[in-house]
Each structure stands twice: as C-alpha cells, then as structure tokens.
Ligand binder design. Sequence first.
Ligand SMILES: [Zn+2]
Ligand SMILES: [Zn+2]
Length: 340
Amino acid sequence: MATYRAAQVPTAGGGFEIVERELREPGPGHARIAVEACGICHSDAGFVEGAFPGLSFPLVPGHEIAGRLDALGDGVAERGWQVGDRVVVGWFGGSCGHCKQCRQGDFIVCQNLKVPGWAYDGGFAESVVAPADALARIPDDLSPADAGPLGCAGVTTYNGLRRSSAQPGDLVAVLGIGGLGHLGVRYAAAMGYETVAIARGADKAELAKELGAHHYVDSTAGTPVAEALQALGGADVVLATVGNSEAIGAVVDGLARRGELVVIGATGDPMGIAPLQLILQGRVVRGHPSGTSQDVEDTMRFSALHGIRPTVETAPLDDAEAAYQRMMSGAARFRMVLTM
Ligand SMILES: [Zn+2]
Ligand SMILES: [Zn+2]
C-alpha cells in the first residue's frame, strides 16, 4: 500500500506529529499533488489553535502549497492539466460554484470557500488532493520554495495593491516589513508607486531600501506615523500588513484626501478610527481577501518577470513543529517554508 507522510495536529493546540497516511486517489474534478514545498503563514495559528469555526482534528494545515500533479481525477485533463505540471494551491483552495458570489464570478468571497487545512487536508504533507479550480500554474523560473508563499502572502499583497485605487506614481505606504510586508514593498515599487515602508526601528531602514522603498518611516522614532506620511504629501493608499490594530489605526490621518486604507493584517482587535477621520477627506477603509487561483498565477508571473522572490528559510517536513514555532515567534526572515 502506497503511503505518504504528513505533519498533523492531533487536537487543537496539540503540537505537530509526523504520521503515515494511505495515498488517496483524486475524485472527479480533483487532482493529486506531490508536494515539494509549503509555506507557513501566520494564519496557520488559527488552524493549529483551533480558532476558526468548523475545523476537524486531526488537522493538516498548510495553504501555500507548491508541487507537481501526480494523479488526475475525471475531467481534470479536459481542463488542460497534465501529470507533471508544476502548480501552487494557496488560500483559495476552490469555490463552491453555486453561492451568490460564485454566480457573480466573485470567487474569492465564496460563502463556502475551500481553504486547504480547513475544507480538506493542507500542504504540511507529501501529498495533497485539491479541486482543479484551485490550481495555479508555476512559471519555469520559480522554485517550489519561492512559489508556495506566493499562494497566500504573495497574492494577498499583490492583489491588495493592484485592486486598490493607487495609480502609478501615487504615494503608497506598506505598513510592516514581515511575511506579507516584505513582498508588499517589492510589489509596490515594481508597480511604479512612490513607495513608503513603515516599520519599527531605525535598523530596518536599510532593508526597506533594499526591498525597493523610496522612503522609510520608523514608527518608533517619535514623529507620529500619520505626520510622517503627511510630510510626504499624504498616502494615496496604505497597505496594512501588520496584525496590530493600534498601528493600523495610527496611519489613517496619514492618508491623502480620497486616500484608501487596505487592511490585510489579520487580527480580531477593534481599530480606533473616528468617523470624522474619514468623512470630510472622503477616505476609505477596506478589507482585502487574498485572490483566486488566476490571481495567484498573475502574482507568480509578475514576480518572475520582475525578479521578485519571497525571502524564505526552509526546513524539512520532520521539523514542522520547530519551523512553525520559529515562524510564529517572528524570528523567521521572513517566511518559513517546509520542504518535502
Ligand atoms: Zn495565509
Ligand atoms: Zn461559492
């Protein structure tokens, strides 16, 4: 009997254990992926700790999956996929096709979105079975460890920027230089925005410049971040990648008139924003959800074209627990990626 290895969480908050599982055949409309790499995302904590509703344990997280197709269910070849194709499956792990948003073609806000690790076992494993509509083709010059994180961290920042109101030349600030933000700064610069990186500490200034930022704002320097942004003319868009409501709220007065705050840093804490900070200036605060498999493909093509790669540290699947702890502690620069 053919088996594969997976890093599973036996119960909520229970820590990872490596198990052998029986290899599954993909059903109709599904494909099996021989996983080569899978990124560890901060939102994986929501899976591991059992914080999301409707999770079932034991659970295999992982929604930054990169690998090769090694078996196709009925109807998948007809969609243009072949065994051996290199693919990513990200946060968008497929949509239901029948809810109102799917019928409107807005698949990323599907009411029954199938997130790997939630709707089905995710990529902290040597094998994953996923619906064909979740597959994104990897360009030749991206490695699996570079491609995986683009399925969540990459597409969320890339799409968050390109779906914003920012036009080339506009002042765009990226709040935070972490797993999301380090890609956000690179994308913002490559998209032609006058790019501001905002982070904590003078020591990040050099990193911000290396990532392509034209300006750096040290949020610990004493001058309020909003004031620093207004000194640059006011931000047309701020992409908030930190999961820190106080830091997010502090940029609002740094927005230009008609400026837009795009929130992708996940946290449950309320943001202290007064209506009067928004009304007269016509400012917008908006949440942004990731992107579909086509958006992931667009993200990877843009990244390959502009030589943009996530900065990653890799660890073998066997070290899933240590790699997960390193990612969550904030010590990783900037994405931990498990390799199979
Ligand atoms: Zn994620
Ligand atoms: Zn749907």
